[in-house]
Design a protein around this ligand. Structure first.
Ligand SMILES: [Zn+2]
Length: 307
């Protein structure tokens, strides 16, 4: 995508204004920066060489021909910000590199006035000027500005793709699976979740519950309920915990059964019961069944105390 963008801009065939839209973590920011970095790269390739001066300076955030706008008030980017920080600077020739690129990473913060002010510059840009807007929705920009931009809408990725990417980055299977499902197709969001304390807490809880597989101990089984208690009001997290649990006790059963000399048929019976119990619990939670009842039933099944 970057090289297509780059070719079109070098051939002068498209607008000098771009709009990348997508949910937070959809990859729009990474793509926009890869695009800008490629345009500025001295090697002139289809992707940034990452070793020329431009590429190295880009990473430092002090690239002389990259412009960013700092909102003077935190909640919006007004007409004065745009005049002082962008318009006055983007009309003068680049300091050193081929383009002068302005990235508005929160285009939704640009006031209507600020956008109208920018419009004229976007309509008749200097040959070296490139505008890149990032927003959650295309509608965050005025139709007049939007119509001058080449728009790229970044769609969420399938959960399997996110999961595979997390595993490739060394995140364990249970966490990768739970985070990828909860992230709604965003690798960025999934990585953040995987690194968050809450997810380590879920992983920890899943390990403890998995260790109780076939324990046949009713007090221990009911005792596990406290691990689910924190997620009573947060069904999504409870479901994430169930997803992690499935992955964990699968590992747990394999390990423990090898140690206890269980037969393959015993293992598959236990596994079937537990997998079925998790599935039933997930369905029940999704149908708003009584939380405690659902979870305790699940825990009893996992402990091997009811069918
Ligand atoms: Zn380079």
């Amino acid at each position: 995508m970057v090289s297509a963008l780059q070719n079109s801009i070098r051939a002068g065939r498209v607008s000098h204004a771009f709009l990348f839209t997508g949910a937070p973590g959809s990859g729009k920011t990474s793509l926009a920066h890869a695009f800008a970095k490629t345009l500025q790269c001295e090697a002139g390739g289809a992707s940034p060489c990452c070793s020329c001066l431009s590429c190295r300076v880009y990473e430092s955030g002090n690239h002389p021909d990259m412009l960013y706008v700092n909102p003077s008030e935190r909640k919006s980017i007004g007409v004065d910000d745009v005049k002082e920080q962008i318009i006055s600077r983007i009309s003068t020739a680049p300091e050193r590199y081929r383009y002068k690129i302005f990235i508005a990473d929160r285009a939704d913060l640009l006031t209507d006035e600020a956008q109208n002010k920018l419009l004229k510059t976007i309509e008749e840009p200097a040959g070296f000027a490139v505008f890149i807007f990032l927003a959650r929705h295309a509608e965050d920009l005025l139709p007049t500005v939007r119509s001058r931009c080449v728009t790229f809408a970044l769609r969420p990725l399938p959960a399997e793709t996110v999961e595979a990417e997390l595993i490739r980055r060394g995140i364990n299977g249970g966490t990768a699976r739970a985070c990828s499902h909860a992230s709604h197709g965003s690798i960025g969001a999934a990585l953040e979740m995987a690194a968050s304390e809450n997810f380590s807490a879920l992983g920890e809880a899943a390990s403890q519950i998995a260790a109780s597989t076939s324990s046949q101990n009713i007090n221990a089984a009911f005792g596990m309920y406290k691990l689910f208690e924190p997620y009573k009001e947060n069904k999504e997290q409870a479901v994430s915990l169930l997803d992690m649990l499935y992955m964990r006790y699968r590992d747990e059963i394999t390990e423990r059964s090898a140690a206890n000399g269980l037969t393959a048929s015993d293992i598959s019976k236990i596994f079937f019961v537990c997998a079925d119990a998790v599935l039933k619990a997930k369905k029940a939670l999704q149908k708003n069944a009584n939380y405690q009842l659902t979870i305790e039933m699940l825990l009893l099944r996992i402990a091997g105390l009811c069918a």
